[in-house]
Structure formats: structure tokens, C-alpha cells
Design a protein around this ligand. Structure first.
Ligand code: ZN
Length: 73
């Protein structure tokens, strides 16, 4: 059986409060619009837009199924 490396800590340290910036590596607080260090815009995806897009794809697939069954071959 594989044993874990005793030199490694048993658990990774918990995430700091906030999000790490992709560009400069700094931490910006949750809900921030821009990184306070490098002014880069944050890379959060709005969840509502993602849900909206999922519904659009589902309806498009349903429409394709209806057309497949309905149209003559
Ligand atoms: Zn930054």
C-alpha cells in the first residue's frame, strides 16, 4: 500500500480569504471588482449568465430533436 510522504504536511493549508489574482499573484477580497495590486479585472464568471446559457443549449437541442422527428427524410 502506498504511504504518504511524511515530509509533506497532512493537509494543504486552507485557502486564504479572498481570491488569488491570475496576473500578479496577489490576494484580492471576495466581491472585489478589480485586483487592488495590479488593477486587473477579476475573473469570476457570473452564475446567472452560465445558467441562462445552459437553458439556451437545452432548448436548442430540444428544437433539433423536434425537427429531426418532424421533417421528412
Ligand atoms: Zn493582480
Amino acid at each position: 500500500m502506498h504511504m504518504p510522504d511524511p515530509n509533506l504536511p497532512p493537509n494543504p493549508p486552507p485557502n486564504p480569504p479572498g481570491t488569488r489574482c491570475l496576473y500578479c499573484g496577489g490576494i484580492y477580497p471576495l466581491g472585489a471588482d478589480r485586483c487592488p495590486q495590479c488593477q486587473a479585472p477579476t475573473h469570476h464568471r457570473p452564475r446567472a449568465r452560465l445558467r441562462q446559457f445552459r437553458w439556451f443549449v437545452a432548448l436548442l437541442a430540444l428544437l433539433c430533436l423536434i425537427l429531426i422527428l418532424w421533417l421528412p427524410r
